[in-house]
Design a protein. Sequence first.
Length: 55
Amino acid sequence: MESDTVVPAEVAADTEVMASVENGPVDQFIIADISQDGAYMTVPLEDAASLPAWR
């Protein structure tokens, strides 16, 4: 029987990721790879995971 293994993801070494919170009618959590144009995502802040939840 073969084991179920996961292939490691390839990660580019020259990327830079940043996150911020944009205040407005609905506060938004934004995470972006600033080394690529258009590589970002937003989510309402209330739906974003807290740091303890990520651990």
